[in-house]
Design a binder for this molecule. Sequence first.
Ligand SMILES: CC(C)(COP(=O)(O)OP(=O)(O)OC[C@H]1O[C@@H](n2cnc3c(N)ncnc32)[C@H](O)[C@@H]1OP(=O)(O)O)[C@@H](O)C(=O)NCCC(=O)NCCS
Length: 167
Amino acid sequence: MDEEVTVRPARPSDAKSFLELFRAVAAERRFIRTESVTRSVGAFRQSFRRPVTPDGATFVAEAGGRVVGHIAIERMAHPVNRHVATLGMMVEGPWRGRGVGSALLEEGLGWARSHGVEKVTLEVYAGNEGGVALYRKFGFVEEGRLSRQSKKSYGYEDEVIMSLRLA
Ligand SMILES: CC(C)(COP(=O)(O)OP(=O)(O)OC[C@H]1O[C@@H](n2cnc3c(N)ncnc32)[C@H](O)[C@@H]1OP(=O)(O)O)[C@@H](O)C(=O)NCCC(=O)NCCS
């Protein structure tokens, strides 16, 4: 945990380590929608070939040669929503609460600002204190709540919609 953390665009060679992170966070079940990962290393290798485009960006946090955090931010697809980007992110359990999430979000929002994105939105489970704290710290505000929106293996979760205006 003493290693230095570097945040940078994802590379194809990160795919295997990223998948281990994704599987570990999915197995925790309660923070992200996915509970078991079905996509292959090859699919992620492919998607990490162009990590930064005008449509979106994927950054990883690397420590000791491993991926310990990830953020993906992308513009919404419909023409009337193109000024809005959505994001998803995760940090490996032992690395949480050490500023990695903040560094990833800084980078993701930097991409958004430099690409003319006007608004960033996300959904977070109501009881995800770490997630809500991180987003509030960056100025995200709650826009609404979708009650029992996720049907998880252990029961329902409400999804809180949070957003940040950049323009
Ligand atoms: C949400 C998550 C990405 C935050 O990353 P992180 O590396 O822990 O975030 P940081 O260390 O940068 O903390 C950001 C702020 O939130 C606060 N915070 C972090 N965890 C917290 C917790 N459990 N309760 C209250 N506050 C918390 C920190 O104190 C910090 O504020 P500060 O800088 O004023 O001290 C990480 O907890 C995670 O990956 N969780 C599991 C997956 C997940 O929830 N993804 C998001 C789904 S919407």
